[in-house]
Design a protein around this ligand. Structure first.
Ligand SMILES: C[S@@+](CC[C@H](N)C(=O)[O-])C[C@H]1O[C@@H](n2cnc3c(N)ncnc32)[C@H](O)[C@@H]1O
Length: 264
């Protein structure tokens, strides 16, 4: 598409104060943050993590990359200590204004800010894919491990490399329009490059009322099941289960998601 007068290029932004963390504009622009839960609402993933927390009888839960805290707020109850950690001040600010927020301890930070002694640590919404370099990923796993009590669990999902989701990330397959408080918004995705397990793509956001176009460049790491397994094991975790869907089904080449449950 041609450049519109309101076109803005946005890539990874440094959002205020967390050293060495670059955030996508999705997690910084207040308009996009306010729409995040409409596009990423409650689903079978929410049920899975709630069920796991009950199954392992977790009393202290860490939610790393909690974002607006849709799951975090639901996990928090009188009987549990739930800590939501995220480097995006805008995502946290939105979450803190939602019902149930008062039951959560919110921390503006990353894995270096996790308190210790937890029964369960979670990374939901494909947070695991934001760690592009192995060094960053390994350091994050080590920080999570240090924050868990011996025997504590770590659970997270990542898109399945083998299903090659990025092959559908084009305008035809992803175009959609939604009504927003800022008027109609057209959105679609386009892949820029794929290589070495890394996918660079652009998210287009066209606010029709103002003819403003935000083009947000993002990069995600797609690790294979074997790569995730060995990174967990090298860090001292035992991989207890790997599921291929949110109903605890097996992994197949068609599985869109890999759900890992590991134990310190
Ligand atoms: C797709 S959102 C997922 C939010 C939430 N977990 C959910 O399921 O709705 C990804 C989140 O990861 C956070 N994030 C980005 N870089 C991070 C990092 N280095 N450490 C922890 N979280 C990070 C973003 O700020 C954002 O809130």
């Amino acid at each position: 598409m041609g450049e519109s007068p309101g076109l803005q290029e946005g890539g990874q932004e440094s959002d205020n104060t967390i050293p060495n963390v670059k955030l996508d504009l999705h997690y910084v622009d207040p308009r996009l943050v306010a729409m995040y839960e409409d596009a990423n609402g409650r689903g079978p993933d929410t049920e899975f993590f709630l069920g796991l927390a009950s199954q392992v009888e977790a009393e202290t839960i860490l939610d790393l990359g909690c974002g607006t805290g849709l799951l975090t707020r639901e996990l928090a109850s009188k009987h549990r200590r739930v800590v939501g950690v995220d480097p995006s001040a805008a995502m946290l600010d939105y979450g803190k204004r939602q019902p149930g927020a008062e039951r959560v301890e919110w921390i503006h930070g990353d894995s270096r800010s996790l308190p210790s002694g937890a029964d369960l640590a979670l990374m939901t919404g494909n947070v695991a894919q934001v760690f592009l370099e192995d060094e960053e990923w390994n350091a994050t796993l080590a920080n999570i491990r240090a924050a868990l009590r011996p025997g504590g669990h770590l659970a997270f999902e990542t898109r399945n490399h083998a299903a090659r989701a990025w092959e559908h990330w084009n305008r035809d397959a992803t175009f959609g329009t939604s009504e927003t408080p800022h008027g109609p918004l057209d959105e679609w995705m386009d892949v820029v490059s794929v290589g070495q397990g890394r996918v660079v793509f652009e998210g287009y956001n066209v606010f029709r009322a103002t003819n403003e176009t935000l083009v947000i460049r993002s990069e995600l790491r797609f690790r294979t099941e074997a790569e995730v397994r060995s990174s967990l094991e090298r860090c001292g975790f035992t991989v207890e289960q790997v599921f291929g869907d949110w109903n605890s089904g097996p992994v197949t080449s068609q599985s869109q998601v890999l759900v890992f449950v590991a134990r310190r």
